[in-house]
Design a protein around this ligand. Structure first.
Ligand SMILES: Cc1cc2nc3c(=O)[nH]c(=O)nc-3n(C[C@H](O)[C@H](O)[C@H](O)COP(=O)(O)OP(=O)(O)OC[C@H]3O[C@@H](n4cnc5c(N)ncnc54)[C@H](O)[C@@H]3O)c2cc1C
Length: 420
């Protein structure tokens, strides 16, 4: 990759972890031009705590911020509290129109607008008390509704749904979770770990129903306590669940409107290469809104995790400067629920065998070994250090010995260094 002259001005749309990581990386690499970061919420903040400590009320908004307030002035990053409503791709001279009416011309634009919570085409989706969770404002609304005596129905048993159930139980609310899956998370984590994680719901008093919602109606169904905030979730099989709040937590959809209207290639995500370059020169994308194009041009997987957003933001910063991006790393994410910390890296799907270390519970690890005999994926309960070592093993592409993986005494760090 040949580094040409760095763009004189860079504008970043979106102050999530992707946009923030990009501006931090630009300055870290010595970029000295004008840098503007546009977000309607102002200063960048972190989203993972929104279903955990922030929802529980043990972290406040300033503690969510991704950098101390003085960092932006110290690093000459102008935070523009506004929404970009239009991108004119220009020809190497993109321009952004802001909701306030202003315009920003930049030599390079990074689109990092993230994703929005998916809604369901369900009668009653717009009723008061039917919520989604993506922003700090969403979390504050939800938090006010979680207390002893409240009844939260969560539609969707994914990561955010499961974490919210855990936090709501800790706040004293009754929780019922509805999902069409018999065993949520089975494909991502394998059956043994998925069964253990699923069992935590019942162990902590969260009811689980395998069903799909047909409608949400205002008012209490038969047998429910009446109240102004009473809702009923009607399920396809006919059951009627009383609720005071309904959280629809069924994944996210990438924010691609600006890119689509500007004529960029989009396919369930703004298509990018490994340096964040889109189909238009001078325009880059990163984070949940983006999707890596495979080397054969077909769309790859769209990641919706914090670390992928951070890494793609940093890769886009390198792309903007015309230098090699950092080497790609295995996907990695974490989740906290009912007092346990889960980490996963690589992929547990795909052909191969599953190797277990320990018993379901703290310290339990699951490995995925494809036919080639290398390590493709790892997941662990309360095992962050071991997952870090296993990530290196995945990256190394070394053949692994399943008997060693199984043995709690075998040191994964040594195996990653090829010294087992
Ligand atoms: C409740 C919750 C819990 C999570 N927990 C975990 C976890 O435990 N582990 C994990 O790995 N991941 C977790 N995630 C996922 C992780 O937070 C996301 O992958 C990450 O936030 C994506 O970063 P991003 O910068 O791409 O997008 P976002 O964080 O969505 O940020 C995008 C920003 O762009 C702004 N924006 C959007 N449109 C415009 C526009 N037109 N103009 C200007 N600004 C705009 C938005 O206001 C927003 O601030 C969680 C997500 C949620 C919602």
């Amino acid at each position: 990759m040949n580094a040409g002259p760095a763009p004189a001005t860079v504008a970043v749309v979106g102050g999530g972890i992707a946009g923030f990581s990009a501006v931090r990386e630009l300055r870290r690499r010595g970029y000295a031009g004008t840098l503007q970061l546009i977000d309607p919420d102002g200063l960048p903040y972190d989203r993972p705590p929104l279903s955990k400590a922030f929802l529980a009320g043990t972290l406040d908004l300033p503690q969510l911020e991704l950098a101390p307030r003085g960092w932006y002035a110290d690093n000459a990053v102008e935070v523009v509290t506004d929404t970009a409503v239009k991108l004119d791709a220009g020809h190497g001279a993109p321009a952004l129109t802001l909701a306030s009416g202003g315009q920003i011309h930049a030599d390079a634009v990074l689109l990092a607008p993230g994703a929005r919570a998916r809604r369901l085409p369900l009668p009653g989706m717009d009723l008061p008390g039917v919520l989604t969770l993506r922003s700090a404002a969403d979390a504050l609304v939800l938090r006010q509704r979680l207390f002893p005596g409240a009844h939260l129905v969560i539609i969707g048993a994914g990561l955010v749904g499961a974490e919210t159930a855990s936090t709501a139980r800790a706040l004293g609310a009754a929780v019922t979770m509805v999902d069409s899956a018999y065993l949520p998370f089975e494909r991502a984590a394998g059956p043994d770990l998925a069964r253990y994680l699923h069992g935590l719901h019942a162990a902590h008093g969260t009811a689980y129903l395998q069903d799909t919602p047909a409608a949400i109606v205002a008012g209490a169904g038969a047998g429910a306590g009446a109240g102004d905030d009473a809702l009923t979730v009607v399920l396809a099989a006919g059951a009627a669940l009383p609720a005071t709040t309904v959280l629809v937590s069924v994944g996210s959809e990438p924010e691609t409107a600006l890119a689509e209207e500007a004529g960029l290639q989009v396919h369930d995500g703004i298509l990018v290469d490994g340096s964040g370059a889109t189909s238009q020169s001078g325009i880059f994308a990163a984070g949940d809104s983006s999707r890596l194009r495979n080397s054969d041009g077909t769309p790859g997987r769209r990641f919706e995790h914090w670390d992928a957003a951070r890494r793609t933001g940093e890769a886009a910063a390198a792309g903007i400067l015309g230098v090699e991006p950092p080497q790609a790393a295995p996907d990695w994410f974490w989740s906290d629920r009912y007092g346990i910390h889960l980490e996963m890296a690589g992929s547990m799907a795909g052909p191969g065998r599953t190797v277990l270390r320990g018993e379901p519970g703290p310290g339990f690890m699951v490995f995925r070994v494809p036919p080639a005999g290398t390590l493709a994926g790892v997941a662990a309960v309360d095992g962050g250090t071991a997952v870090r070592a296993a990530r290196k093993l995945i990256e190394s592409g070394r053949a692994v010995d399943p008997a060693q993986l199984q043995d709690p005494a075998a040191d994964l760090r040594k195996m990653a260094r090829g010294k087992s």
